[in-house]
Design a protein around this ligand. Sequence first.
Ligand code: 5RP
Length: 219
Amino acid sequence: MNQDTLKQQVAQAALEYVPEGQIIGVGTGSTANFFIDGLAGMRERIRGAVASSDASARRLAGHGIRLFDLNEVEELPVYVDGADEIDASFAMIKGGGAALTREKIVSAVARRFVCIADASKKVEVLGRFPLPVEVIPLARAQVSRAIALLGGRPVWREGVVTDNGNVIIDVHDLRITEPLKLEESLNQIVGVVTSGLFAHRPADVLLLGTAEGVKRFER
Ligand code: 5RP
């Protein structure tokens, strides 16, 4: 079974977590795209969605799903999104698609975070996937030096500008045994907008696509 089939299956399974008549939070990436396409089939049954990126907003709108600004919404019953890595405590690395900041903001407002991922994303220790960090452009070199002091190898994702007009630094060579602490340390660096480490807001539900079918885990 290829990775796309697994992504499609978890995206389909996530539709069960969408409550009727409500506004839901929607993530970004190829797995989230499968979810958005599935959501199209039930668009009459939801009020609409808050998107975590311009790309997801365009895809939702293309399916005729009404978009809401997060400022219009006090709480979301559910946020559905993929991940680049997820560990046993449901802490995640996200931001492979450079949408980490809006993903973190939208998921912070959600009662439940449903992570949809193929089996390759489940890891013992986070860090093999380079950790994305969104940075104010002016602060790129300074933030890179500070990240190197934390033990990572920062690499500027050249040519990429986020939806918020910032740049991405991918941090290689990390072995993240204390995700909560690292997230806090990164947040302390002046010029960092957000890190792609989701430890303080981990997933609540993990739908994992495996060759044996979709496995469900709850925190
Ligand atoms: C985008 C993300 C995505 O959720 C993450 O990169 C996973 O992407 P995909 O579903 O394409 O494997 O964080 O910023």
